[in-house]
Design a binder for this molecule. Structure first.
Ligand code: ATP
Length: 300
């Protein structure tokens, strides 16, 4: 019977998110499996974002009581800097993003943005402050223009075009039969993984949030597409506080700081160089990926 009610639960959650003005459908689809209800305190003030500094202080979290997923995790991301989170599959990287969005509350510790505990502010204001470029972008069965404009309610056509230019997808759109009015999605033009990611980047540029979370796709794009996307992602991250959840270490060598997560604990932190010198888990992952890259090149 519980199985039967799950979809209803999910529908309820979707409805609540829409009512709260959470327009980040991507965040919803890619980060949420099934979140328990998190309700604003009646007098919760909106988040007042100054520069968007993030702090996790002794955060411990499990989706259920039997298993701790994050264990006493503390880190800070200074305003405007980029933090990359790496670690084996299942180590808790995406969970950190879900907690930042407050899809769940930690069992212990606190998460603060510009000194304000996110558990004490209005959720709609929290989510308005954060943009996400997810692994897999959900497109609506609508025009490509609509799919970009969706980043910010009330955006004008010139702003949509500027965002498309920022995401380096404007030239591609110009060549489509109906330009920005071209239908995309299941019942329209199918976009490639890289193109969909650019739509997500354009949405985020339009939303212009002080904080962004970049969730790198697990499956590799071809290396030319990837280089292009990295370039545009750099543009998104510029002047914003950025958390990048990375699978390929080659994409984050320039991050201001790197956290290495293993089974829910931070086992190493530092810059790319420092972590290579430390010769621990990061260095091991780096060597393994370097070998894979070499093998890939040999095959190609
Ligand atoms: P990957 O690199 O594979 O994306 P990750 O480091 O991002 O992994 P998380 O998605 O944060 O890992 O998941 C951490 C652990 O929490 C995993 O063992 C996962 O099975 C578990 N988990 C994730 N979401 C849920 C959920 N909604 N309910 C219960 N357990 C979950």
């Amino acid at each position: 019977l519980a199985q039967l009610f799950r979809p209803l639960d999910l529908l309820g959650m979707v409805y609540r998110m829409i009512r709260q003005g959470i327009i980040d459908m991507d965040a919803m689809f890619s980060l949420v499996d099934r979140a328990p209800e998190i309700v604003d305190a009646p007098d919760a003030p909106p988040l007042a974002v100054d520069h968007g500094a993030i702090a996790f202080e002794g955060v411990t979290f499990g989706y259920d009581d039997d298993r701790t997923i994050l264990d006493d995790v503390s880190f800070s991301v200074p305003a405007g800097s980029t933090l990359a989170i790496v670690g084996p599959s299942g180590s808790g990287k995406s969970t950190i993003a879900r907690l930042l969005f407050r899809f769940y509350d930690p069992q212990a510790g606190r998460i603060a943005i510009d000194g304000q505990d996110i558990a004490g502010v209005r959720q709609a204001s929290l989510r308005a402050a954060i943009g996400i470029v997810p692994q897999d972008t959900v497109l609506f069965n609508d025009t490509i223009g609509y799919n970009i404009a969706y980043g910010r309610e009330g955006a004008g056509q010139d702003e949509v075009v500027a965002a498309a230019e920022g995401a380096s997808i404007a030239d591609f759109i110009a060549l489509l039969p109906d330009g920005y009015d071209t239908q995309v999605g299941e019942r329209g033009l199918k976009l490639s993984g890289g193109e969909k990611q650019r739509v997500a980047i354009a949405r985020t540029l339009l939303k212009d949030p002080p904080i962004v979370v970049l969730d790198e796709a697990t499956s590799a794009l071809d290396s030319r597409t990837e280089a292009g996307i990295l370039d545009t992602l750099d543009r998104v991250a510029r002047r914003r506080t950025t958390i990048t959840i990375a699978h390929r270490l080659s994409t984050i060598v320039d991050a201001d700081a790197i956290l290495v997560l293993d089974a829910g604990r931070i086992v190493e932190r530092g810059s790319h160089r420092e972590l290579l010198t430390a010769n621990g888990l990061y260095a091991e992952m780096w060597q393994r990926q370097a070998q894979e890259r070499e093998k890939g090149e040999l095959v190609a």
